[in-house]
Write a protein that binds this ligand. Sequence first.
Ligand SMILES: [Zn+2]
Ligand SMILES: [Zn+2]
Length: 244
Amino acid sequence: MKYYYDLHLHSCLSPCGDMDMTPNNIVNMAKLLGLDVIALTDHNSTLNCKAAMEVGREIGLVVIPGMELTTSEDIHAVCLFPTLEKANNWNEFVDSKRVKIKNKAEIYGRQVIMNSLDVEIGEVEHLLLPSSNIGITEVYRKAKEFGGICYPAHIDRDSLSILSVLGEIDEYCGFKTAELADIKKEPALKKQHPILNSMNIITCSDAHYLENTKEAENFLELDTLSSESVIQYLDNNKASRARY
Ligand SMILES: [Zn+2]
Ligand SMILES: [Zn+2]
């Protein structure tokens, strides 16, 4: 079956995420747009995943707990996990690998943690944007150790992407999937970087504002829909199956 996805969304926990990106607004907007599965991928934190997953369960939308990690090279990589517990274990690990600088909310924006009623229950003290000291060549294997997957985000962007920083995706990294911001660039990129021909290519919104959430136009073909089945799909080296 076709399941429509948007696997890269930020909540009000990301300093650059709009305060309207509350757990309820994100999940209800996705439902309204006809999506079947989303992932919450705040910068270097999973702390709003619990609330978003609870809302998802209530209204019947699969919410995968995730994170957009900043590697030591300043490359963004999406990490997804089959369960909240695994995502939170990863969160603790990443937290121990981050540079701790106090957030200046008036400059960078607030980093708000909410419950499933969109009530503020806390704020992350240290800025979530700086790079971790997890390297791009180790991040896939590390995420796997924690029971999840990892793949490079918005590889076609001019900054904070694996291609803008390194110029190539090395096979040694182990990535099975790559996320494109603009799917129209796929043919040209595949010519330039043949490794992409053996990877799943997906495209997501990277929405920081509600109105930027993707419409239901990109789908995965899965037998059944769950966090596990999506992660399994994205962790397979079958480029021919990749759909968007
Ligand atoms: Zn990013
Ligand atoms: Zn992002």
